[in-house]
Design a protein around this ligand. Structure first.
Ligand code: THU
Length: 132
């Protein structure tokens, strides 16, 4: 998937649309995320904040948990859309959760003007894995 290709643009568009549903009364920072899986499905999620701030969930994890609850697996890419000057990179907790589902997952972070591509292996080079 390349920055300009059709799949990337469609995934960014899904993230842009779901961002309208973000519940962010505390930060005012609305985030949308959309996961594309090997099966060709798209699972979208937004950030949902809480008065108990630590109970907040980021858009990336909301999208990935929706993927799992839908019975889907194996993400190929996750797009994250914010309306800001710079793309928002996934937080550390979300990087760990993305990494759980594959080290090659492409992370596409986008604003209305910019698109940045990374792999989760680049963003989290030494992820935690449960020692056996
Ligand atoms: N947030 C996300 O949804 N994804 C990110 O990548 C970074 C942060 C949310 C969490 C919180 O609702 C708001 O942005 C401010 O941190």
């Amino acid at each position: 998937m390349k920055p300009d290709d059709e799949h990337a643009r469609a995934l960014i568009e899904a993230a842009r649309q779901v961002r309208d549903h973000a519940y962010a009364p505390y930060s005012g920072f609305r985030v949308g995320a959309a996961v594309l899986t090997e099966a060709g499905n798209v699972h979208a999620g937004c950030n949902v904040e809480n008065a108990s701030y630590g109970a907040t969930i980021c858009a990336e994890r909301a999208a990935l948990f929706r993927m799992v609850a839908s019975g889907d697996a194996r993400p190929v890419a996750i797009a994250v859309f914010v309306d800001a000057a710079e793309p928002a990179m996934p937080c550390g907790m979300c990087r760990q959760v993305i990494s759980e589902f594959g080290r090659d997952v492409l992370v596409v972070t986008a604003t209305p003007d910019r698109v940045k591509h990374s792999t989760i292996a680049e963003l989290l080079p030494d992820a935690f894995v449960l020692p056996r």
